[in-house]
Design a protein around this ligand. Sequence first.
Ligand code: SF4
Length: 376
Amino acid sequence: MRFYQNQLIYSASDFIQFMKCHYASQQAYQQVHMLHQQGLTAASQPASIDDTIALLQQRGLQHEAAYLQQLKQQYASVVEIEHRDLATAAELTRQAMQAGAEIIYQATFLNGHRAGHADFLRWVAQPSRLGDWSYEVIDTKLAGQVRVDFLLQLAFYSDLLAHEQGLLPQQLHVVLRQQQQASVALHRVWAYYQLHQAEFLRQIGQLADQDLYPVPCAACQYCSLQSSCEQRWQADQHLNRLAGISQVQIGKLHAAGIGSIPDLAHWSADQPIKGIAGESLARLVHQAQLQHQAQQTGQAYVDVLPIEQASRGFGLLPTPSPHDLYFDMEGDPLTAGGLEYLFGLLLPPYDRDGFEAFWALKKPMKKPRLRSLLIE
Ligand code: SF4
C-alpha cells in the first residue's frame, strides 16, 4: 500500500498479505501512514531484504523476462507499459487496450483506492466495451503448481480489468516454472474472491486501532517482519516456541488462560484442558518444563523418554551396527526443476574426518555422483 496523490492505494499484494496475516497488514498500514506524515515514501526507505527473498525476486524477474521474449516471438504487437507514474501507466494501458494490442506487458490499473500491475494482458476474441475483443490476465509465477493466492491475485487484476473493458474475463492464466501454463475459469474463484475482497476493504482501515498479535503461519518464512516477530515471541516465551505443539493446541491453551511456556510449565498435567487429551497435555507440560528450565539456567536439559512402542519413534531404528552409514542430501528447490547438489555420507568413527561429500553442482553431475556414492 502507498499514498498516491494524497490517497491511500491498495495493491493485490496488500490484499493477499491481509488474507495471510492481519498483523503484517497492520504493520504495513502503520508504516505507510508514518512515512506519509513525514513526507516520505516506502521507496525512499532503504529496504533490508533477506537473501532468499532477493534471490526469489531475481529468479521471478528472469522467469517473467523469458516469457516476455517468448510472447514477442509469438505475437506481432506487444506493448510494454514502462511509465512509473501510476495514473500515466494506467492511461497508457487503457490506450493499448483500446488500440487492440495483442499483448500488454506490465498492464497497470487504477480504480479508486485500488491499483494493480498485471504481468500481461492477452487479447481474446470476446466482445466487450472495447469492441470485438477483450483481455484476460496472465501472471508468471516461479511455483510448480497453481496456488489459491495466485488465483486471488489474478481475480483482483481481473476485477480492475473488468472496470476498463466492461466485462469480466472468463479465464485466469498462470505461467509456472518451466513455462508450463495453467488456466482456471474465473467463475470458480469469483465468489470467494468477492467475499474476501469486501472483507479486506472493510477491515483494512480499522486495523490500526486493533490490538493484534502476530500468529505464525506459512507466510512467515518469506515475510520481512520475521525477525521482529521471532524476537517478540522469544521475549514473550510464546507457546509457539514450544517443540511439538500445534496451532490448535495453542488455541485451546489460550482459551484456558495459558499464554506462555512458563504458564504451561507451572500447570499441573492432572488438571484437564478442554480439547487436549490427557496424554498430549502431559507431554506438552513436560516439554514446557524442560524449555523453561533451560531458559532460566542457560543449560539444555534432555530427558530420554522410555520407548513406548517398537513401531514408533526410536523404536523404528534398526539395531546399531559398526557398519552403519548416515546419509544426508541437500537440494536447491529454486533451480529450474530442482537440484540435489550434495550427497553426504558419515562413516565410522562418525566424526568430522568420517564425512565424505559427493558434490553435484550441475545437473549432469548428479547421476555420476550418486552412482559413485552407491558403488564406492
Ligand atoms: S512473520 Fe509471520 S506473523 Fe509476523 S508479520 Fe510476518 S507473516 Fe505475520
